[in-house]
Ligand binder design. Sequence first.
Ligand SMILES: [Zn+2]
Ligand SMILES: [Zn+2]
Length: 261
Amino acid sequence: MQAMLIDSHCHLNYPGLVEDEDGVVERARAAGVSAMISISTREREWDDVIAGAERHADVFATVGIHPHEADQHPDIDTAKLVDRAQHPKVVGIGETGLDYFYDKSDRNQQRKSFYAHISASRQTGLPLIVHTRDAEDDTIDMLRQGSRDGAFPMVIHCFTGSRRLAEACLDLGAYISLSGIVTFKNARELQETARIIPTDRLLIETDSPFLAPVPMRGKVCEPAYVAHTASFLAKLRETDVQELAATTASNARKLFTRLSA
Ligand SMILES: [Zn+2]
Ligand SMILES: [Zn+2]
C-alpha cells in the first residue's frame, strides 16, 4: 500500500512498543502508515512522548491527562497544557474525557480535568482528543457547553458509544475515530454506527499496544495494524481500501493541522 494511512491514536511509549520503537515505526511505514500520533496520558509522560516525536519525522505527540489519571493530577490547569502545546510536534490536546466504566478517578475530578483540556484546545486551536466510556450524557453536556463558550476542534477516539452519542458529537463538528474494536465479531452495533459516519468525519487508529484488530486479535497491537482496520472498514462501508485510507488520512490532516506544517 502507498504511504497514506494515518494512525490517529497510539501509545508508542507504552510497554509492548517502547522496547522496539524503531522496529515499530519501520513496520508501520512498510504497512503504508505515513503518520502516527503518540498520545500522552500523564504529565510525567509528556517529555518522553515529545522526545519520541523528535526522533521520527512521521511520529507526532499530544499533551494530556487520561480520565483514569485525573486524581493523580489535582492541579492540572489550562496554562500548563497550553504551555507544553507550543512544541511544534505537539498536534493535539489529550487524551482527556470521562470514563465512568472503570471509575478510576473521582468523577468531579475527571470533569474538572476535562474542562481544563477543553479550554486548552480552544486557546491553542489544537484538537481535543476525547476518551469517553459509560459517560455519554456528561460527555455530550460538557462538549456542548464547551462549544457554546467558544468553538474548538475535536475527535472522539476509539469510538464505542451509541449512535445517539455519535450523532450528538457529529452535530458539534467532531471527527469520529474507530479502532480495532470495530473488527471484533461481537461489535455488531458499533459496525452499524460505523456505516453511517460521514466520510469526511471518519478517522482510524490502533490505540496500540491495546486492541489489536482481527486477524491480529490477542497480539500486542502496533501502528502497522491500522491497515487491518482500514481493510475491514472499507468492506463494511463498501468502498475501496485505498480510497478509505486516502480519505481518513486527509481528514486527519485537516483536523491535526500541525501534521502538515
Ligand atoms: Zn482512550
Ligand atoms: Zn489511548
